[in-house]
Ligand binder design. Sequence first.
Ligand code: ATP
Ligand code: MG
Length: 654
Amino acid sequence: MAKKEQKQATALSALLQENRKFKPSVDFTKQANVRDSAIFETAAKDPESFWAGFAEKLQWDRKWDKVLDWQHPHAKWFVGGKLNACVNCVDRHVQNGMRNKAAIIWEGEPGEQRTLTYWDLYREVNKFGNALRSLGITKGDRVAIYMPMIPELVIAMLACARIGAIHSVVFGGFSAEALKDRINDAQAKLLITADGGFRRGQLIPLKHDADYALRETPCIENVVIVKRGDFPLRIKEGRDHWWHRLMQEAKSYCEPESMDAEDILYILYTSGTTGKPKGIVHTTGGYLTGTYATTNWVFDLKPSDVFWCTADIGWVTGHSYIVYGPLANGATQVMYEGAPDWPDRDRFWQLVEKYGVTIFYTAPTAIRAFMKWGHEWPSKYDLASLRLLGTVGEPINPEAWMWYHEHIGLGSCPIVDTWWQTETGMIMVTPLPGLTETTPGSATKPFPGVNADVVDEQGNSVPVGGGYLAIKSPWPAMLRGIYGDAERYVQQYWSKWDGVYFTSDGAKRDENGNIWVLGRVDDVLNIAGHRIGTMEVESALVDHECVAESAVVGVDDELKGQAITAFVTLKEGHDADKKLEDRLREHVAAKIGAVAKPKEIIFSANLPKTRSGKIMRRLLRDIAAGDVLGDTTTLADPDVVTKLKKHYEEQYGV
Ligand code: ATP
Ligand code: MG
């Protein structure tokens, strides 16, 4: 009895009923890379052979002796194998008849275009690899990269991989302070940056910002600067070097370093939605295998595709699905420097039409912004080239999914809602577009060979209902640690259950075996004894025709334990008033039940988000509780919380 009670207290309630289902079309399935569902069983029976099958498609200098060495929580994949990630992403394609294939079709925000073939990429990474070596960088050194979305960013990363240096990319939108912390944490010897990058018509002065960081980063010996714009910089003789000058002097061939499968490829800090970012470590062989495999199967990638992942390379999505996964597959990709609403709100759709993009991968936050702006923007363009859509970053509200399906996919593109994390390195829970029947809001099933599960507090599988999302076996692209903090790695990810990875996300499994990510465990609401994930209440709000986006938090309440405060952003053309507030409350009650009715509704034009675009509920919680705001360093626009706090205090007098 006691055990049952405990179970009831901890299980996440499953409130949202979503019955819309979408089967892949016969035509899509006919041409899909994966067509036989038997693969799930085959992979589950022998995951090591399954992953080795993908590893065999890469180019190795030395084959591995053993696929997996698992002494939990430490995994080694492809033990004894040697390879180079850059060779796999570039040289291999040049040698295999693809030297003239476009690798990157780049467009700058002001409108310039550059196309780099695999040969161009080959020539550039070789030269830059030599440039790095000329500045004393060797295997194992850390190189910090703080750049805009320009091809040199990809070249810099691949050149590091070529010579065995460990890159640590810091998102170009981060402050000097954040850059400084990350440089010092990784003890980077060299920084690669640019004079600036374009964002909403302005050149963001990266090197100027970096100069502030460089005052307190004694580990940095040299700085390389790409000239993107045209304004004067402070150049420190002997330390600062222009990229183009180094390239003029660099020799055209750079011998790649033969790396151990377990040598570190990169360090990347998480987005910081829940607190201080963690420096996640990824290694070479398993990571490349995992990203290669998932790019090919989840995105159904073909040589003729034009793939566009809109993420910034400063996040893991860009590392895995702009750089390593697609390039290891020999893909042709679009890369865009700037904002989606510059010069106008149709820029993305203009690019899709112009380059004939076939696969488009973006984030729910972007889709909700498109929804807010209205479908007249995409409807001006011919989007018929699109054949597959994807999302990542947050749970997608079913109405946003439907909007994406109708207005971008024109009703005919499968949507892959991909759940994964910086730590997982690769997509973990996702539809396979030629096989999976999808339901808006659900990431559906684990990728073959991935042992993801919904479990209860004790770690037992929950066949149907709510719990935690956990991963029960090692996977090739898994993190190998938190840089410089072995203890935190164990504490954070492996201490909740024995030998099982804790994702920090709440989830439920429905009657069809589909997994729904319900939000972060830290954000779970506790209303009158019910534990409710944020996603379901937010989705009920977004289901209302006037609402574009919402975030809900729990606030202490004498009667219910907690009551819900909802922050709501309306679609353009709708006004906030008391009547709408009541209607929204009733809408939530009708959609998912009276228990989830928000007590307070705050209308806001914007919500506080991380620089990667994720809603930061912890700050909303602080606002609603009248507390001092927690860590705001990863916030995209600190102004939003300050305004919201004032607005909230005026309305509710906390
Ligand atoms: P930090 O760990 O520092 O708080 P973060 O978790 O935001 O930052 P990321 O690794 O960029 O850093 O984000 C991974 C998280 O994003 C997941 O744990 C999950 O909460 C959310 N997420 C990603 N994709 C999906 C998806 N398809 N559905 C639901 N949630 C998703
Ligand atoms: Mg996280």
